[in-house]
Design a protein around this ligand. Structure first.
Ligand code: B3K
Ligand code: ZN
Length: 881
């Protein structure tokens, strides 16, 4: 495999002004005709270099240049290119190819899913459909005609507006779609199938009526309303918050069952994994409802941040992804609880993106090299990219940020641009220089920010000293990294827990919450007129994606938990307290000592549980101890068994000590749930979240009244949130008879609902009871399981390797061997899924010597297993390097 470098970027030799496509869809092949109206790139010299079109797995049937049929001597073919010599600056290429969507298991290009045809082109799937300049800086208008069997494929869709349709007489029909907005090929889409739709309309801010349609398989038509509501909210929000109006007359979403990721923002025709569209109380959890809302918003927001203004090359991927995640996070915060959304996002970032940043695939938000671009749809591009935008927002303020985004959209509408262009628009609109800030785009790794303080009682000054550094990442030594701009939002608490006014030396005004810009390797800030030694509340709202350290003792953390005016930092103090307590238990476990839980954690959580004025979602989040994956990430050498043992011990102790208040809160909330119809809104999510975390603690106590409550919740709930938690606690309990009965009943009730069966697989795959691997292997034989469906692979194998750490990391290496076996099979079937599944093995450096050897041996076995896809090859070879 060869590496592609950002420094080698060159503008395209030729442009495509118009693309006219015809698809004839058949059961055993599809024929694609493409007419490309092209010209020499006017920005380059008048010479006419050879035209090199991308194309893979295509059978070329016919090729014409300006109506002249080309013979074998007139062009050159390789397995990824077609080369022709143009003779004039403007010309038309006509090609006809045969492709095989019916046997496409990689789910990239044109493929079939549950009997329907659909496409996935980003990043480089279009070259598996026809010969083309498959790069995002070549933007063209598209006209697409599709024809197929009328009975099997009554619905024929593509991008843009429908312009004509008709019958062919032989049981076939056709439709033509026209997309007037110039777009790169990665935004092309086509769908043909037997689908039903829910239709609605949205009136835009300038009073245009837009038809909204969500297409699904007929049996799912009752699970679409939540996505439709989310779509309308998104359209309105983007008008209000970003001034962005929708442009076409119709906006469509299609749900497909076999999809490599969540969804895809194809112009006017978003294609979604059905798991990211379908939601109703009986079959989808609260988390699933929120995920649908967020993904619908994300893909819709791409219409501006991605489609109208797109990326010049794939190194700029975060230009659209980081920005769009930032936008969807703000939307979700506005629709639900902003603090809860932030806590969840930060926990996710610190657990998973920080681990990526510390592993062999670490890369900057704007990478400068890749082998396979599909491997770079990462937490760093998406989540860290969003954090980078959030910091720009913090540094500029909301108003200047909005001016900057308006300028960006206005300046670059219809263009393919770079991250630098985005930052430039922000600078021009705000007058703020972001030169140093841009290091966030080019330097990989998670910065460390150590903070110390000193108080001068005589002078009444308080000084905070910040020291930043960033660890080595592949290709970037620690010493080569220059200081970042780190916005630190903070407050200082007095002994009563009130925010003190904050005034720096030489400043006139004083506020109580402010942002300091740390820009140097070491830097001090001195506050004046500080009457008493304060307790700092640092990095409020997690204002920068760094690892902050300050020597808080546990009493100080408990104080912050109760008094910090920043809700996020109250949670954060609780997390840090839990981490300290758990790390102490991990040490005791490793030294073979008796485990003793610090009683302060019990009393802090008791206080929270007994305070019914607090936001219940917040209490639920505070009760959830940091996960094993996060404890792994923050360990130098992760001791899987000690981490699991310590955390389970703490949970058990908390369950025993807090039985009364947990049982009270559980019963009160369950009572409300029982008498309230399901509503997918924040306050109801909060009630169920607290009810469910309480139940999971209570079940650790082996009490018959709790078992009865769990069984009742399992049998008599009208919603999946309560039912699935009840199933999960039974699956993890020692009550064997109840467990198998519940699993059987659940499977019987939901056997026809693939998405619910995914949950059933996951709950079992994640159970940390002994014998995990054998259970997973048995479930692979279940009739509802197939390696060909990515959702199933993620639900069973992904959940086992990612969430069942004690079983996956079994010291006999059986979990590693199993995962490697699956990766080898999937490498041939679906390289993108194979490569993602691999991630846990790439983290081998985190573990002790014995596990390191076992994990490395499996990576080497994959490397030697035969012909590897570029996807798998890149990840395995970089992990072993
Ligand atoms: N842009 C797509 C991701 C495509 C991934 C291709 N391997 C979904 C999204 O981020 O909205
Ligand atoms: Zn996206």
């Amino acid at each position: 495999s060869k590496t592609i470098y950002l420094k080698d970027y060159q503008a395209p030799d030729y442009l495509i002004d118009e693309t006219h496509l015809t698809f004839e869809l058949f059961e055993d092949h599809t024929q694609v005709h493409a007419q490309l109206v092209m010209r020499r790139n006017p920005a380059l010299s008048a010479e006419l270099p050879a035209l090199v079109l991308d194309g893979q797995q295509l059978e070329l049937l016919e090729l014409k240049l300006d109506d002249r049929e080309l013979g074998a001597g007139d062009y050159q073919l390789t397995d990824s290119t077609l080369t022709v010599q143009p003779t004039q600056a403007s010309f038309v290429i006509d090609s006809t190819v045969r492709i095989h969507p019916e046997s496409n298991t990689a789910l990239e290009g044109l493929y079939k899913s549950s009997g329907m045809f659909c496409t996935q082109c980003e990043a480089e799937g279009f070259r598996k459909i026809t010969y083309y300049l498959d790069r995002p800086d070549v933007m063209s208008s598209f006209t697409t005609t599709l024809s197929g069997d009328k009975q099997k494929y009554p619905i024929l869709l593509s991008n843009g507006n429908p312009v004509a349709s008709g019958e062919e007489g032989d049981g076939r029909h056709w439709a033509t779609w026209e997309d007037p907005f110039k777009k790169p090929a990665y935004l092309f889409a086509l769908v043909a199938g037997d689908l039903w739709c829910v239709e609605d309309t949205f009136t835009t801010i300038s009073a245009r009526n837009v038809t909204l349609r969500i297409y699904v398989e007929p049996e799912n038509i009752d699970k679409v309303q939540h996505a439709m509501d989310s779509l309308k909210k998104s359209m309105k929000w983007d008008e209000e918050v970003y001034g962005r109006e929708y442009d076409l007359d119709i906006f469509m979403i299609v749900a497909v069952n076999d999809f490599n990721m969540g969804a895809m923002e194809n112009k006017g025709l978003n294609i979604f994994n059905s798991s990211a569209v379908l939601a109703r109380a009986e079959t989808a959890t609260d988390a699933a409802h929120q995920r649908v809302e967020a993904i619908v918003a994300h893909e819709y927001f791409h219409n501006w941040s991605g489609n109208r203004v797109t990326c010049r090359d794939w190194f700029q991927l975060s230009l659209k992804e980081g920005f769009t995640v930032f936008r969807d996070a703000a939307f979700s915060a506005d629709m639900n609880s902003a603090t809860v959304k932030r806590m969840q996002d930060v926990a996710y970032l610190r657990t998973h993106q920080f681990a990526e940043d510390a592993g062999p695939m670490a890369h900057p938000v704007r990478p400068d090299a890749y082998m396979e671009i599909s491997n770079f749809y990462t937490l760093t591009i998406y989540e860290k990219g969003s954090e980078v935008l959030r910091m720009i927002h913090t540094l500029l303020g909301a108003e200047a940020f909005r001016k900057g985004s308006d300028l960006y959209f206005e300046r670059h509408d219809g263009q393919a641009v770079t991250c630098d262009d985005f930052v430039k628009a922000m600078e021009d609109a705000s007058g703020i220089d972001l030169t140093q800030f841009k290091r966030w785009y080019t330097q990989a790794g998670t910065p460390r920010l150590a903070v110390s303080d000193s108080y001068d009682a005589a002078a009444k000054t308080y000084t905070l000293t910040f020291t930043q550094s960033c660890p080595e990442t592949p290709g970037q030594s620690e010493s080569s990294k220059l200081p970042f701009v780190i916005p630190v939002e903070l407050g200082l608490l007095d002994a009563q827990g009130n925010d003190l006014p904050l005034r720096l030396q030489d400043e006139a005004a004083a506020g109580s919450n402010r942002v300091l810009s740390v820009t140097e390797a070491q830097q001090s800030f001195t506050f004046v007129d500080v009457a008493e030694k304060p307790l700092p509340s640092l990095l409020r709202g997690f204002s920068a994606p760094v690892k902050l350290s300050f020597a808080y003792d546990r009493d100080q953390l408990m104080f912050l938990m109760q008094h910090d005016s920043d809700g996020f930092n109250r949670w954060e103090a609780g997390q840090q307290l839990s981490v300290q307590v758990l790390q102490e238990l991990i040490g005791q476990h490793q030294r073979g000592e008796a485990l003793v839980l610090d009683a302060r954690l019990v009393s802090a959580l008791r206080t929270l549980l007994q305070d019914d004025t607090l936001d219940q979602a917040m209490v639920a989040e505070m009760l959830s101890l940091p996960g094993e994956a996060y404890l792994t990430e923050i360990s130098d050498v992760a001791d899987v068994d000690a981490i699991h043992g310590a955390r389970e011990f703490a949970r058990q102790q908390l369950a025993d000590a807090l039985f009364e208040p947990l049982w009270q809160r559980y019963q009160a909330n369950r009572e409300v749930s029982r008498n309230t119809p399901y509503v997918a809104e924040a306050e109801h999510f909060a009630r169920r979240a607290l009810q469910n975390i309480a139940l999971s603690y209570l079940m650790l106590g082996d009490k018959p009244e709790v078992l009865a409550a769990a069984l009742d919740q399992f049998e008599n709930s009208d919603n999946m949130t309560e039912r699935l938690t009840a199933l999960a606690v039974l699956v993890n309990s020692p009550f064997e008879a109840e467990r198998s009965k519940a699993l059987e009943a659940f499977a019987e009730q939901f056997k026809d609902n693939a998405l619910v069966m995914d949950q059933w697989f996951s709950v079992q795959a994640a159970s940390t009871l002994p014998g995990g691997l054998a259970r997973v292997q048995a479930l692979m034989e279940h009739p509802a399981f197939t390696l060909k469906n990515p959702n199933k692979v993620r639900a069973l194998i992904g959940a086992f390797a990612g969430q069942n750490l004690v079983n996956f990391h079994a010291i006999d290496g059986s979990g590693y061997r199993f995962l490697a076996d699956q990766v080898i099979v999937l490498n041939a079937l679906n390289p993108q899924i194979a490569s993602r599944l691999l991630a846990p093995l790439t983290r081998w450096r985190k573990y002790g010597a014995e596990r390191q050897e076992l994990m490395k041996a499996e990576l080497e076995r994959i490397l030697a297993s035969g012909e590897l896809s570029p996807d798998v090859y890149e990840v395995v070879s970089k992990s072993l390097a």
